[in-house]
Write a new protein. Structure first.
Length: 270
């Protein structure tokens, strides 16, 4: 059995199939870890979620910001934007079932000494903290008041972690850190504006994984989200969003030996 972590798919269904062919994925033998952003921007969001649901015994996935955005649209909290490509998923006969599955996904997963999140973690958090906070959000997403909860998740404040935050603020920063984080200011506040390459990052900012005293430094983290960062495999961080939806590549990391496999974006997806 092999475990493959796969970067942001974002509805690029045919690229995903190409990558499965390249890694010689075998259902029942191999496992897939998906770092979130399964849907949106690419043309095949419905097909991706259907595939994952059908093969859920082989799939471990965490929520990304685009997945949460899709949930908010599904439950009529916000209207679709011009760049959203979720129409077929929203209108499908099995849409309710597929979104129920999406809503069941956590923000973080820990197994075989790897922590997987979509974007990042706050420097004050341990692995145990991250899993605890993920469970807190999942409990609310799976509750009868999930629509009310989704309605309260939008916003960039608070941007700094504190154990004294109220329930809604606490959930909001947990979601923002795990699904949107790229950079931090010197005081540890999340910067939501910078999305570019490391070499062009303003001096006042630090990538979240290089922030001093980060408590997860000794635990390898698998993440995506930051497509401009590209592939990074440096031991403590395995960033695997290689910009498939932007016409670059879709990447898989085999956990056993850290081998990397990539395919070019399939033209059918964009």
């Amino acid at each position: 059995m092999a475990i493959y972590a796969i970067g942001d798919i974002q509805g690029c269904y045919y690229s995903f199939l190409d990558l499965l062919k390249k890694i010689k994925f075998k259902r029942g033998r191999d496992k897939l870890w998906l770092v979130g952003d399964l849907v949106n921007r690419g043309k095949g969001s419905l097909e991706i979620v259907r595939w994952c649901y059908k093969n859920k015994s082989s799939v471990t996935a965490v929520l990304g910001n685009h997945d949460l955005h899709a949930l908010a649209i599904k439950y009529k909290i916000i209207e679709p934007g011009d760049e959203d490509t979720l129409s077929s998923l929203l209108k499908a006969k099995d849409s309710d079932l597929l979104f129920e599955w999406l809503r069941s996904l956590p923000l973080a997963h820990y197994e075989k000494k790897y922590l997987m999140v979509h974007a990042g973690v706050m420097p004050q958090w341990t692995v145990e903290n991250t899993l605890k906070f993920s469970k807190e959000v999942s409990t609310q997403l799976r509750s009868k008041k999930y629509i009310e909860f989704l309605s309260s998740m939008y916003g960039n404040k608070p941007d700094k972690w504190s154990s004294t935050l109220n329930k809604n603020d606490r959930a909001r920063i947990i979601i923002n850190a795990t699904t949107r984080l790229r950079a931090l200011n010197s005081d540890g506040a999340i910067d939501f504006t910078y999305k570019g390459e490391l070499k062009n990052m303003p001096k006042k900012l630090k990538p979240w994984f290089d922030f001093s005293k980060r408590k997860t430094k000794d635990s390898p983290i698998i993440c995506g989200h930051w497509s401009a960062l590209g592939l990074m495999t440096r031991g403590d961080i395995f960033a695997i969003d290689t910009g498939c939806v932007w016409g670059r590549t879709l990447t898989a990391l085999r956990l056993d030996d850290k081998s990397v496999f990539s395919v070019k974006t399939n033209s059918k997806d964009i």
